[in-house]
Design a protein around this ligand. Structure first.
Ligand SMILES: *Cc1c(COP(=O)(O)O)cnc(C)c1O
Length: 470
């Protein structure tokens, strides 16, 4: 990447930012009193280059997606080659090599019973598709009253309506829509942490819910092992095994939402593997195309697919315009092959060794944060590192400090977390973890007089109160 180009005061940057401010509605934001946004010119490997020439180490992998880093020559080549053939063609009545190669790969690398792949366009749609499959399945076996879903609190499954209905009702950002959302069953978030056993008490609530409402529940839906945007929690593999057993006992389907966890992020190719279980339906998205294009997939067992297909109306009722987009499929194939080959930085020992390397660096680098005031917990699993604060962080102030420190980290709520591209170097990892420690401790050191109470704020400088935002 060239470092030349727009200077901080460049009229071109100002023009673009003015237009952005006037017309671009960013995720989960208002159109007035806007949070600052940082214009990116290019990205390479694990570095984002802003239009003003500043370079940021990327700690987010653009929300779990960019596992191979930005501007990867192999993925670029796959995109170019497919572009020369066709960018898109409808999937109704037609098929093509990129989609066929992709469904073959997905069936090969996911747990064995998953045999049928429905390609779709985004994670939320994959969740909608999974839930519709569960409903059609229960209809097909004559369980017509099984039209509701059971999930655990602290989950996140997307922003469309049925996906919203199974997000955490409090932290899930969707209380606003409670009046129109289908009402689902919620068990408490899994209590035992990753690596811990699951006691009878830990499973009692979800067991009682399944037993009591077995005639109403079509499926249990949850994120296996790692709950992402709903709280960045890591939970016991035994808990997941117990839920699988309960689903089997009561004829309820299990949907594993692997949209965030899939493709190696947790140290296993799919998080279900930590528990050695296989769901009836699995959703994939995010890292599927290495972050190049929006694409997702819903996988079902032969039994689920066949049961749906044998019953009236004899088809599965879904079909997005852009399903199986050839460009996305070609890049996904290249991305999966890249992952399964030895990843760069792993000294040729395969992707597992590389994730283990990232896990060690995150654990060592974030450990000092444990001693900071205002920090509730530090936890690491695979290529995910989380610093949980006792109070919500003030996004605006803390985001600016991270950018000033040369890293891209975007906290939410009480969570400051890292999920870097897998190609990240040891030096870049150290840059990220020291920045997290430095920014959190400087925020704490510079706590200010609360403009409302006129006292030194007790918020440790990292909350969302006016003292930090001023
Ligand atoms: C991101 C996410 C989704 C939604 O995916 P989109 O592509 O944003 O629609 C669903 N489930 C989980 C677990 C996710 O992390």
């Amino acid at each position: 990447m060239s470092r030349s180009g727009a200077s901080p005061q460049s009229p071109e940057i100002e023009r673009l930012l003015a237009l952005d401010k006037a017309h671009a509605w960013h995720p989960y934001t208002a159109t007035i009193d806007r949070d600052p946004v940082y214009p990116v010119r290019a990205a390479q490997g694990c570095v984002l280059e802003l239009m003003d020439g500043r370079r940021l180490i990327d700690g987010m992998a653009s929300w779990w997606c960019v596992i191979h880093g930005y501007n990867h020559p192999v993925l670029n080549q796959a995109a170019r080659e497919q572009l020369e053939q066709m960018a898109h063609v409808m999937f109704g009545g037609l098929t093509h090599a990129p989609a066929i190669e992709l469904v073959e790969r997905l069936v090969r690398i996911t747990p064995e019973p998953l045999q049928q792949v429905f390609l779709c366009d985004s994670g939320s749609v994959a969740v909608e598709v999974a839930m519709k499959m569960a409903l059609q399945y229960q209809q097909a076996i004559g369980e017509r009253k099984r039209v509701r879903f059971l999930t655990v609190r602290s989950g996140y499954h997307g922003d469309t309506f049925h996906a919203m209905s199974v997000c955490d009702p409090v932290t899930g950002m969707h209380q606003l829509f409670n009046q129109v959302l289908p009402q689902q069953f919620f068990a408490p978030a899994p209590a035992p942490g990753f690596g811990e056993p699951c006691t009878e008490a830990d499973i009692a609530d979800i067991q009682r819910l399944i037993e009591t409402h077995r005639d109403e529940i079509a499926a249990v839906i949850l994120e296996p092992i790692v709950q992402g945007a709903g709280g960045m929690r890591f939970y016991s593999a035994e808990y997941l095994q117990r839920v699988r057993a309960l689903c089997d006992e009561f004829g309820v389907l299990l949907i594993a939402d692997e949209i965030a966890t899939g493709f190696g992020r947790t140290g296993r190719l799919f998080a279900c593997e930590h528990a050695g279980i296989s769901p009836d339906i699995m959703t994939l998205g995010k890292a599927l195309t290495g972050g190049y294009l929006t694409s997702a997939a819903t996988l079902a067992t032969e039994q689920v697919a066949e049961t749906i297909s044998r019953a009236k109306p004899g088809v599965f009722m879904h079909g997005p315009t852009f399903m199986g987009n050839p460009l996305a499929c070609a890049i996904a194939n290249a991305s999966i092959d890249l992952l399964l080959e030895a990843s760069p930085g792993s000294s040729g020992q395969g992707w597992q060794a590389n994730i283990a390397r990232i896990e060690r660096a995150l654990a060592a680098g974030l450990a000092p944060c444990r001693d900071l005031p205002g920090v509730a917990e530090v936890r690491v699993l695979g290529a995910i590192g989380v610093v949980e604060m006792t109070q919500p962080v003030a996004m605006r102030g803390i985001q600016r400090r991270f950018v000033e420190r040369g890293v891209w980290v975007r906290p939410f709520g009480r969570l400051v977390y890292l999920m870097p591209p897998f190609v990240i170097s040891d030096a870049e990892l150290q840059g990220l973890t020291t920045a997290v420690g430095d920014v959190l401790s400087s925020a704490i050191a510079s706590r200010r007089v609360n403009s409302a109470s006129k006292r030194v704020c007790s918020c440790s400088g990292v909350c969302a109160c006016p003292c930090w935002n001023s």
